[in-house]
Design a protein around this ligand. Sequence first.
Ligand code: ARG
Length: 603
Amino acid sequence: MKKFLDTISEEMMKAFEEAGYDGALGRVNISNRPDLCEYQCNGAMAGAKKYGKKPIDIAAEVAEKLASSKTFSEVEAVMPGFLNLKLDEKFLTDYVRAQMKEEKYGVEKNETPLKIVIDYGGANVAKPLHVGHLRPAVIGESVKRIARYAGHEVTGDVHLGDWGMPMGQVITEMQERFPELSYFDESFSGEYPAEPFFTIADLEEIYPTASGKCKNDEEYKKKCLKAVLDLQQGRRGYRALWRQILDVSIKDLKRNYSNLGVEFELWMGESDADPYIADMIKDMKDKGYAYLSEGAYVVDIREESDKKELPPCIVQKSDGSYNYQTTDIATILFREKDIKPDLIIYITDKRQELHFTQVFRAAKKCGIARETTKLEFLGNGTINGADGHPFKTRDGGVPRLEFMLREIEDKMYERLRENEESRGGEALPEEEARRTAKMTALAALKYGDLSNQIAKDYVYDVEKFTASEGDTGPYILYTMSRIKSILRKYLGSADGDYTPVDMKALEDCVTGIPDSAHARDIMKDLAMFPHMVEDAFNERAPHKVCSYLFGLANDVNSFYHDTRILTEEDEEKKKAYIALIRDALKLFEAGIEMLGFTAPEHM
Ligand code: ARG
């Protein structure tokens, strides 16, 4: 069905035409002065010059044409030429009824779906996920789900860092410690051990040790660089060892991402670009795009419109090895070959912007990305501590994601028990309480992140994120839990029965004419859902999903406080109330799904 604002605009456009003006002037929007009116049209002001008339006169003529409108119950021309509008109740009700019957609540099937790759997560092999990985993972997952809801075909790829210096460092450190192992014996031609000799805990100790040594020991660093080169050039023992490092590490990463509610369709890495690199570089050299500069091969990516001079993109270092840029360009090459995407979205820290500018331009210039493939960088802002500096652990270290998640879970658990106590009544069994705390913690963390614009920095504030009031994940979940509890009572469930609400049993409840301002507000919210999805996708803006849900939650809670729902005596009215909150619940479910978390049955 046609989106809500488009539907009501159509009526206004007709009126402009009937009054002899350009129909395009009749665009209607939500009022920016809700105290004065619900919707407004500013077309008369825009048309005044063209028609040489006073805006108020145009507005008055248009208003007259709408005197018997079935869409608007009030159309008022006010100085200097605004059209202030109020919706007809029956029109609004009919619209929402039809909309909520649709599979995606008015979000149309996409007739021109885009094929999209989202490159997010950015985990590095042999290194634990830390605070810096939180935003790319959470944002990427949400952008992916929003894009899917909007009807696009999306593949998420973690694009592991598995081919650079850290690999050389881990291999070198292992070789220093266990030189006798077959992996390091270049004359060895037998089978390498099937099982790795190290665990994830070992890796977590080995990598920082090696990287620390590199900072003070030039000899050691040279060994590491050599190991990267040997690995990339196919040294057999290194490849075998590397495969095992990958396996051990990926298993752990999968567990961590899964705890975060983040799932990738593809677990490719920088190394998957390797088979394409040699030919790609040769082609770049042959065509003259890559040329020798101070020993390295570079591509000049400057453009005339640049305000500052951009450094060239290095595609092959002077020792013959490849770098982060090279693997990213070659990754575009094989994504073009295997997937042929219309759009690739990259999500990492915004400090990587120059890297992506270089990669995108080089890929376009060298004809590796098709002209029609859109390459897009979404750089995220930093997570700060209360002091305004990047968030650190108490002793100044880099906080690990796993521990951050645990801290927020413990906090949620504490709050849950506190709430139970203050409410009185029965307490959740321990296991159930822990499970609920886990789910709400994820909501707290993700919502705390996603409610900020992607590019903005924000302060990591566990107290704030876990609060049950305010613009937080738990507040949304509490509101959902409240709705579910009313629906269950309506259906006659016993106290303490927290099984999922039987939505089918509520099917005979139909949305009724709103009989209060709060009911009306909820209906207007519902009507805006498809607009929200469209905006959130087009602007890559999960925070729009958050603010939509927050607004809906506020309206639902105001309605709840003002309305006797279950004790309403008029049966039809009661059913209409139930329908209204049931419909809101459906959109909450759809919304949190787009944000990447779920709701417990009871809180
Ligand atoms: N592994 C990288 C890092 O830790 C992020 C990868 C982002 N994606 C990409 N295609 N470069 O910085």
